[in-house]
Write a protein that binds this ligand. Structure first.
Ligand SMILES: *[C@@H]1O[C@H](CO)[C@@H](O)[C@H](O)[C@H]1NC(C)=O
Ligand SMILES: *[C@@H]1O[C@H](CO)[C@@H](O)[C@H](O)[C@H]1NC(C)=O
Ligand SMILES: *[C@@H]1O[C@H](CO)[C@@H](O)[C@H](O)[C@H]1NC(C)=O
Ligand SMILES: *[C@@H]1O[C@H](CO)[C@@H](O)[C@H](O)[C@H]1NC(C)=O
Ligand SMILES: *[C@@H]1O[C@H](CO)[C@@H](O)[C@H](O)[C@H]1NC(C)=O
Ligand SMILES: *[C@@H]1O[C@H](CO)[C@@H](O)[C@H](O)[C@H]1NC(C)=O
Length: 504
C-alpha cells in the first residue's frame, strides 16, 4: 500500500474506515487451494469450514472467543528431501479486519497453532502457524542431521507460511491484507527477528517477545547454572539459591525509590552474595542450613554469566530477581541438553548431565563457529526492514530465567551503533525491559498485556509510537519504560500503581 506522508491523510481515513469492518469472503472456503512458494512442492491442501472454534487457557495475542473459520491445512515438501511441512491458515468467515498475523513457536516447536491462531482469528485476523516439518514435541534427535529440516526450522518454514497465508487471504477475501504482523515470544521472538533480518518484505510490524536471538550462545550458556552449581562439591541446594536471590532483591529493591519487591534496573544492583555468607536458611520447611562461601561463589557465577576457567566472559548471566533454580535443576535446561547432545555432539544417546566448565567452553566455541551464521539471528543490520517502514517491538523480562535479558540489551546496543544512535533506532525498533517479569510471562512482577500486538498496531497504522507499555498483575501495575529509560517511584502515591511511577 501507499504510505507517502503527503497523501496518507486521505488514504489513511479510507483504510481506517475499512479496517475493523467485516470484509466478507468472495469465494467458498472449499474452493481454496494453496499455491506453493518457489522451491517448494505441494503435497496436499485441504480447506474446511469450522464453526465455534475455541481455545481455553491463557493467551497472549488477545482473548480467544468462539470463532468461525475457513481452516486451510497445507503440506509442502522441498526437492527430494522427503520433508512434509504442515501449515495451518485460519481465515475468519466473518469479521476479517484486513490484517494478516503470522504466529511463532517456543523451544524446539516451530508453532503454537490454536494457542495463537484462535485468539488471532477471534480478533479478526487471518493467521497462520507451521510445524517446520519437525515434530511439535520438540524431539530434535530425529531431525538434527537433516539439512532441509534445519533450514525449515531456522528460517524457511515461517517465511513460506507468510507467503501462503497472505496469498490465501487474497484469494478468499479478494484483496491483499492491508497490514501484516508477526507475533511470537522466545523461539517465536527469534522467528520474528529472522523475518526482519532475512525477509524484510514479509511484515509491517513484528512483535518479538523475550527473543531467542543469540541462539548459538544461549543454548550452551543455558547449561552454565547447572555446571556452576555442581562445581567444587555437592550441588548447591536450590533453596539456598532462592534465599540468595531473595537477599539480592532486598538489597536492591529501594534503588528505584520504593519497596515493592522488584528491582527496576538489575544492572544497578551491586549485590554480592558473599555479603550473606553465614545467613541461615530453612530448607524443606524444617532443616536449618547456613549460606557458605562456596554457595555465594556459585550464585555469583550464575549472575555474572558464563566464563572460561580464567574468568573470561563468554555470555550473560541471569539477573537478580530471576528464579535461578529453574536452570539449575538436576536434569539441566532441556533445550541446552538437546542442543549439546544432538546438534553439537551429534549423538542423541549421550548423557550430558555432568559437563564440566572446560568442556562447556569448547562446546560454546563450536556452537558459535559452526552454528552462529545460520542459527544466530542476531544480525544487527535491520536497514532493509527499516527502509520499508517496518517496526519492531520487543519486551523482555528482567527476571527471565531461561534467556538472559542482557542478550536483548546487547543486541539493542548493536542495532543502535549501526543505525546511528538511539533516536534513529526509536524510529523502527523499541525495547521494553520489565521488572520482575519471567520468560514470556510469569515472575513476581506486573504481567504482560492481554493483547501484546495492540501497541505495535498503534505504531504501524497511526504512527503513534509507544513510550511506555502498561503491564499489570500480581497486585501491581507499571507503565514499562522504553529502554534505556527505567522506572523510578515518584515519591508519593500507592507503590503498586503505575501512576506513582515515572521513567527516567
Ligand atoms: C497431507 O500430507 C500429509 C503429509 O504426507 C499427511 O500426513 C496428511 O494426512 C495429508 N492430508 C490429506 C488430507 O491427505
Ligand atoms: C455455534 O454456536 C452458536 C451459538 O452458541 C450456535 O447457535 C450454533 O448452532 C453453533 N454452531 C455449530 C455448527 O455448532
Ligand atoms: C541421523 O540421525 C538419525 C538418528 O540419530 C540416524 O538414525 C540417521 O542415520 C542419521 N542420518 C545421517 C545421514 O546421519
Ligand atoms: C523467597 O521469597 C519468596 C517470595 O517472598 C518466597 O516465597 C520464598 O519462599 C523465598 N525463598 C526462600 C528460600 O526463602
Ligand atoms: C574459545 O574459547 C577460548 C577460551 O576462552 C577463547 O579464548 C577463544 O576466543 C574462543 N574461541 C572462539 C572461536 O570463540
Ligand atoms: C495499593 O494498590 C493495591 C493494588 O491496586 C491495592 O491492593 C492496595 O489496597 C492499595 N493500598 C493502599 C494503601 O491504598
Amino acid at each position: 500500500m501507499i504510505r507517502l506522508f503527503g497523501i496518507c491523510v486521505a488514504l489513511g481515513s479510507l483504510f481506517q474506515a475499512t479496517l475493523g469492518l467485516n470484509i466478507p469472503p468472495i469465494t467458498s472456503c472449499s474452493s481454496l487451494v494453496a499455491t506453493p512458494p518457489d522451491g517448494a512442492t505441494l503435497i496436499n491442501s485441504t480447506a474446511t469450514e469450522r464453526y465455534n472454534v475455541t481455545y481455553s487457557g491463557p493467551t497472549y495475542n488477545g482473548l480467544a472467543g468462539s470463532v468461525n473459520i475457513c481452516d486451510v491445512e497445507v503440506f509442502l515438501t522441498h526437492g527430494d528431501a522427503g520433508d512434509a511441512v504442515r501449515f495451518a491458515i485460519y481465515l475468519p468467515l466473518d469479521g476479517w479486519n484486513g490484517r494478516w498475523q503470522g504466529t511463532g513457536g517456543g523451544g524446539f516447536a516451530a508453532g503454537g497453532f490454536d494457542f495463537e491462531l484462535v485468539p488471532a482469528a477471534t480478533n479478526g485476523y487471518s493467521a497462520g502457524a507451521t510445524d517446520a516439518g519437525v515434530n511439535l514435541a520438540g524431539d530434535t534427535d530425529v531431525w538434527y542431521n537433516s539439512t532441509q529440516l534445519v533450514e525449515n526450522f531456522v528460517h524457511l518454514s515461517f517465511h513460506e507460511m507468510t507467503l501462503i497465508g497472505k496469498d490465501l487471504s487474497e484469494k478468499f477475501y479478494g484483496r491483499k491484507p492491508e497490514y501484516s504482523y508477526w507475533f511470537g515470544c522466545s523461539t517465536g521472538g527469534r522467528q520474528g527477528m529472522s523475518e526482519a533480518q532475512r525477509y524484510p518484505e514479509d511484515y509491517d510490524g513484528i512483535f518479538a517477545g523475550s527473543p531467542a536471538i543469540n541462539w548459538d550462545k544461549i543454548t550452551v550458556a543455558g547449561y552454565w547454572p547447572l555446571t556452576a552449581q555442581r562445581q567444587g562439591g555437592e550441588p548447591v541446594p536450590l533453596c539456598k539459591l532462592g534465599a540468595m536471590g531473595n537477599a539480592s532483591i532486598s538489597a536492591c529493591d529501594l534503588l528505584d525509590g520504593a519497596a515493592d519487591g522488584l528491582i527496576s534496573n538489575p544492572l544497578k544492583c551491586g549485590f554480592d552474595a558473599k555479603s550473606v555468607v553465614g545467613m541461615e536458611v530453612q530448607c524443606d520447611g524444617n532443616t536449618i542450613t547456613t549460606i557458605t562461601e562456596r554457595d555465594a561463589v556459585v550464585w555469583n557465577k550464575i549472575r555474572n554469566g558464563f566464563t572460561d576457567e580464567s574468568g573470561k566472559f563468554l555470555w550473560y548471566g541471569l539477573q537478580p530477581g530471576a528464579n535461578y533454580q529453574n536452570q539449575a535443576t538436576q536434569s539441566g535446561f532441556l533445550i541446552s541438553t538437546q542442543w549439546i547432545r544432538d546438534f553439537l555432539l551429534r549423538d542423541p544417546s549421550l548423557d550430558v548431565s555432568n559437563i564440566k566448565q572446560g568442556e562447556l567452553v569448547d562446546l560454546f566455541n563450536e556452537s558459535v563457529s559452526e552454528f552462529g551464521d545460520l542459527w544466530g539471528t542476531d544480525n544487527p543490520d535491520l536497514s532493509a526492514f527499516r527502509a520499508r517502514g517496518g517496526k519492531i517491538l520487543t519486551w523482555h523480562g528482567w527476571a527471565d530465567d531461561l534467556i538472559s535479558p542482557l542478550g536483548t540489551v546487547d543486541y539493542w546496543q548493536r542495532v543502535v551503533d549501526l543505525a546511528g544512535g538511539e533516536e534513529k533506532t526509536d524510529e523502527f525498533y523499541r525495547v521494553f525491559m520489565a521488572p520482575g517479569l519471567g520468560h514470556c510471562g510469569n515472575g513476581p512482577g506486573p504481567q504482560i498485556p492481554t493483547d501484546n500486538l495492540a501497541p505495535l498496531i498503534e505504531w504501524v497504522e497511526k504512527r503513534n509510537a509507544p513510550e511506555t507499555i502498561l503491564f499489570s498483575g500480581n497486585g501491581q501495575s507499571r507503565n514499562i519504560c522504553k529502554f534505556p529509560k527505567e522506572l523510578k517511584y515518584s515519591g508519593s502515591g500507592n507503590v503498586s500503581d503505575a501512576a506513582s511511577w515515572g521513567c527516567m
